[in-house]
Ligand binder design. Sequence first.
Ligand SMILES: *[C@@H]1O[C@H](CO)[C@@H](O)[C@H](O)[C@H]1NC(C)=O
Ligand SMILES: *[C@@H]1O[C@H](CO)[C@@H](O)[C@H](O)[C@H]1NC(C)=O
Ligand SMILES: *[C@@H]1O[C@H](CO)[C@@H](O)[C@H](O)[C@H]1NC(C)=O
Ligand SMILES: [Zn+2]
Length: 299
Amino acid sequence: MYLLLGLVICAFIPAVLYCIPLDREVGVYMTSKDDVGQKDNELDIGYDRSKPNPEELGGYFEGDIVLPREMDRNGLTSSKYRWPNGVLPYVIKGNYTVNETEVIKKAVELYHKYTCLTFREKLPSDEDYFAIVSSDIGCWSNIGRQGGMQVVNLQAPDCVRKVGTAAHEFMHIAGFVHELSRYDRDEYVEINWDNVREDHKHNFKKQREGEINEYGVSYDYNSVMHYSRFAFTENKNVPSIIAKIHSKAKNMGQRLGFSIKDITEVNAMYNCSEKTQVAWDVYNERKPKVAADEYIFSE
Ligand SMILES: *[C@@H]1O[C@H](CO)[C@@H](O)[C@H](O)[C@H]1NC(C)=O
Ligand SMILES: *[C@@H]1O[C@H](CO)[C@@H](O)[C@H](O)[C@H]1NC(C)=O
Ligand SMILES: *[C@@H]1O[C@H](CO)[C@@H](O)[C@H](O)[C@H]1NC(C)=O
Ligand SMILES: [Zn+2]
């Protein structure tokens, strides 16, 4: 079964996707033993600030995304890449432990709670769907619906440790790119180009204004789609991304869950902005000590 799947995917990727050679780097990235199961706390809210997220090591278009042959950046606003009625049929084909499967399911639950997207098991009648696989290196996805079977690769264990990593890839498949590619990002972050690996400089390219729809939402350090400070670094001890508004950026690169702006954008893309009220109700009920734009919706 798994062997067969492996063959299907290997044939599928070069044939269907705009294929940039796989970067095997991610395979050597391992979270140190000390970090495994580390409790999230106020200071380190769910990620190790001294390490990039696993998807920030890949060799695709923007680290972890793959564009189909015919789709350029201009395609990102096209509604043909959306999932009709916000329904995303999927199958889990990866070789995951019970706990790893649980992480994926929790990401799905976050979408169900805060957005109008529906992730459900693929039915025989579904032509367009995605398979969650672990057979390739790294964490990566396409942007939006491609038609037919497409793949979200979540390599175990690195890509299935944090709910936010799966939530991040699912936002790609829903149709979103990275926060850092916003046309206005230079007002919010400084890229330390000297410390970005030469072969990964393309990951820091900006969109031109109008190439993506921001749905009226302002730049979001808190987004699950934001890179961490150490994304694609040459010297692993020196950041590649420096926030210009330090006080707002303490969650930068978080992979715990959604920001309020993530939720707002997903619901705007899928024409169900009223659903965002759920997040506001949760926020108001929990009365957290942080402002809404710094709060992470992780359950
Ligand atoms: C699945 O993972 C288990 C545990 O890591 C391993 O023993 C097994 O060989 C894997 N199976 C496949 C088909 O990769
Ligand atoms: C799986 O999760 C449970 C509950 O969170 C935990 O107690 C257990 O140690 C985990 N198992 C593994 C193998 O990580
Ligand atoms: C949302 O509504 C717009 C305008 O009516 C439409 O063009 C678009 O296709 C809709 N998007 C989705 C995902 O249904
Ligand atoms: Zn990504």
